[in-house]
Design a protein around this ligand. Structure first.
Ligand SMILES: *Cc1c(COP(=O)(O)O)cnc(C)c1O
Length: 399
């Protein structure tokens, strides 16, 4: 049967722009296109739009407008936060950084670079349920710790970290705390004050805003270094003419996501739970990450004896857009570092499937996924030499 409609279940990779976001963007593309730094009144109208967007975003996070810095993406925000805290720490002789093994590559690769620059990096292990505890952070903090950076919610398995408790530990120890909240903002409640966060990264295209625009929140009193030199935009912390249209769209998208958060979460978690219930019926399968402490729309499963990539190709033929891990690692043959971090053996981690829903998905989408996945898994197992060895008892089942 030909699938005429796409079932988009890869919202952790990116999301469709909302109508509100598109509409908020248009007037600044073909009307008020002026440079917000220009002194004439037309430029000042662009400036007003920019500052209005900053106010909206600050409100959604319970931040002050002076704590919001616009960047070009979540990755840039992560890079700036981490390098800034690292270099400021070094000025006081502190060159130790704590993070986790299952961060996004924007964090892990930045930390690798800092390691080459002489920093010492402690990557905390992740519990089998995909959670890092405040206790682990407390034990790892040393007198020379400059920064703790831990993601709010994981982009592959969707588990939510105890950010508030981790933040409290860091605040008490006087250590800067950054969180990559790209998967959390717009999806679950985030409050920078209550969460004891010093720095936070977010990205518009993960909550129905445009790609190529993000925010770095930096708490008042926490020093922030600039890495893109040029004009005095963003109070001298991030040069470059502001992307007014995208910033306005980001603010509209975030406002809408926050206003509908509760309602969306109820709808999404019901669809997510139906997926989990249906897919865990497949024998020798497992749900990755804590059953309950997870994002409302994210499901990550492993099916023993198959390759995630083959599963994705056959799902694509059925009109289903999904992922085996993160978009960044798709196409590489290495299993996901996230799945390895929660203790899955390589063979099992290879057979993973991430389905991430948004409020634009329907119950029919879930039905279609639940109809398609089990026979495809069965077919792939029927032609899998690995599965044959498992069935014949040559190798033991691992899940
Ligand atoms: C998508 C994502 C990023 C990167 O954001 P970009 O805007 O695409 O650079 C960083 N961290 C996490 C957790 C993400 O999901």
């Amino acid at each position: 049967m030909a699938q005429d409609k796409l079932v988009y279940a890869d919202n952790a990779a990116t999301t469709k722009m909302s109508k509100a976001a598109v509409e908020a963007m248009l007037p600044y593309l073909d009307g008020t296109y002026y440079n917000p730094s220009s002194l004439y009144s037309a430029g000042q109208r662009a400036k007003e739009a920019l500052e209005g967007a900053r106010e909206k975003i600050a409100k959604c996070l319970n931040a002050d407008t002076k704590e919001i810095y616009f960047t070009s993406c979540g990755s840039e925000s992560d890079n700036q936060a981490i390098r800034s805290a690292a270099y400021n720490g070094a000025l006081k002789g502190k060159k130790h950084i704590i993070s986790t093994a299952f961060e996004h590559h924007a964090v892990l690769h930045t930390l690798n670079r800092l390691k080459a620059e002489g920093y010492e990096i402690t990557l905390l292990g992740v519990h089998e349920n995909g959670i890092v505890t405040a206790e682990q952070v407390k034990e790892a903090i040393r007198p020379d710790t400059a920064l703790v950076t831990i993601m709010y919610a994981n982009n592959e398995i969707g588990t939510i970290q105890p950010i508030r408790e981790i933040g409290e530990v860091c605040r008490k120890a006087g250590v800067v705390f950054h969180t990559d909240a790209v998967q959390a903002v717009g999806h679950i409640p985030v409050d920078v004050k209550a969460d004891n966060v010093d720095m936070l990264s977010l990205s518009a295209h993960k909550f129905h805003g445009p790609k190529g625009v993000g925010v770095l929140y930096c708490r008042k009193g926490v020093p922030l270094k600039s890495f893109i030199e040029g004009g005095a935009q963003e109070r001298g912390k991030r040069a470059g003419t502001e992307n007014v249209a995208s910033i306005c769209a980001m603010a509209a998208a975030l406002q809408e996501s926050c206003a509908n958060m509760q309602e969306n979460a109820v709808k999404l978690s019901a669809m997510r739970d139906r997926l989990i219930q249906g897919l865990t019926k497949i024998e020798h399968s497992r749900l990755n990450g804590d059953r309950d402490r997870r994002l409302p729309g994210t499901v990550n499963m492993c099916f023993e004896g198959i390759e995630g990539e083959s599963l994705l190709l056959l799902l694509d033929a059925k009109g289903i857009c999904a992922s085996s891990g993160s978009a960044c690692t798709s196409g590489s043959l290495d299993p996901s570092h996230v799945l390895l971090s929660i203790g899955l053996p390589h063979e099992v981690a290879h057979g993973s499937l991430r389905l991430s829903l948004s409020e634009y998905n329907t119950e029919e989408d879930v039905d279609h996924i639940l109809e398609c996945v089990p026979p495809i898994v069965e077919y792939l197992r029927s032609i899998s030499p690995v599965w044959e060895e498992l069935v014949k008892g040559i190798k033991p089942h691992l899940i």
